[in-house]
Design a protein around this ligand. Structure first.
Ligand SMILES: NC(=O)c1ccc[n+]([C@@H]2O[C@H](COP(=O)([O-])OP(=O)(O)OC[C@H]3O[C@@H](n4cnc5c(N)ncnc54)[C@H](OP(=O)(O)O)[C@@H]3O)[C@@H](O)[C@H]2O)c1
Length: 249
């Protein structure tokens, strides 16, 4: 076992989760990663030295099997999640809202419940959850995703209160625009629409967020970083974004 202990990263088959697995493995953690797309997860495992396990955070049996296979755990990074759609409340498909709630809120709660005994037993546990500025600041079209990320923020604040006196830290990281597959998923595979989100903007990278996770995790055990809100310099709020002209010639 490494000096730092075992870190578990959910949703590590792409984007922020994959970058976090790499960042933690490079700084001495034993890393276990989970997601549904096993081909992509295996590629991340091969590149980072992490151990890959199948995981669907919306499925009780999958999470139970995952937690059993993980065993010891010092750091849990609840990263699996994302948005579906950008329709106004009046027109939104509530099945999309249900899916976002299941993944971003109940998924975080389910994995946290499953690994909390191991985190406490480690004597220096830490739960880091990837929220979003969508959990701090609603925006038009964000109804379902805003609701889910506001909810997970509440759950993390409650968890921090309930764990006072236990050897477990609780941190939330709330990014603004990060260029990953996030928008491809949000727009159901429409790559052109997804690319337009980041057009002319120097967005954050997945590595930028991974660095926040690593920094929070690697503070001394008595230091709890409650929340990191991190946005591109080009982004002041969810909707106020500076775009440079792009030359298509
Ligand atoms: N990109 C941004 O601008 C941004 C901003 C703020 C917050 N965030 C948050 O950051 C987190 C990571 O997103 P990302 O930007 O890295 O997007 P991404 O590249 O689409 O990654 C999302 C990850 O979540 C996993 N996932 C989704 N549903 C899952 C499920 N049911 N069970 C297990 N894993 C699941 C996906 O893996 P599989 O599909 O293989 O299962 C994938 O690895 C999300 O919570 C997102 O809400 C992103």
């Amino acid at each position: 076992m490494s000096v730092r202990g075992t870190a578990v990263v959910t949703g590590a088959s792409s984007g922020i989760g994959a970058a976090t697995a790499a960042r933690l493995a490079a700084t001495g953690w034993d890393v276990v990663i989970g997601a549904r797309r096993l081909d992509r997860l295996d590629a991340v495992a091969e590149a980072t030295g992490a151990r890959a396990l199948p995981l669907d955070v919306t499925d009780d049996a999958s999470v139970a099997a995952f937690a059993e296979a993980v065993g010891n755990c010092t750091l849990l990074v609840n990263n699996a999640g994302g948005a579906i759609g950008l329709e106004p409340v009046a027109a939104a498909d509530l099945q999309d809202w249900q899916a976002m709630y299941d993944t971003n809120v109940l998924g975080v709660a389910r994995v946290t419940q499953a690994l909390l005994p191991a985190l406490v037993a480690s004597g220096r546990g830490h739960v880091v959850t990837i929220g979003s500025i969508a959990g701090l600041e609603p925006y038009p079209g964000g109804g379902g995703y805003n609701a889910a990320k506001h909810a997970v923020r509440a759950v993390m604040e409650v968890l921090r209160m309930e764990l006072v006196g236990q050897p477990v830290r609780v941190t939330e990281i709330d990014p603004g625009m990060v260029e990953t597959d996030f928008s491809v998923v949000r727009f159901r595979g429409d790559e052109a629409r997804a690319a337009a989100v980041y057009r002319g903007v120097e967005a954050l990278t997945a590595d930028d967020i991974a660095e926040c996770v690593g920094w929070a995790a690697e503070r001394p055990d008595h230091v709890n970083i409650d929340r990191i809100v991190v946005k591109p310099r080009d982004q002041a709020t969810a909707t106020l974004v500076h775009r440079r002209p792009v030359d298509d010639s």
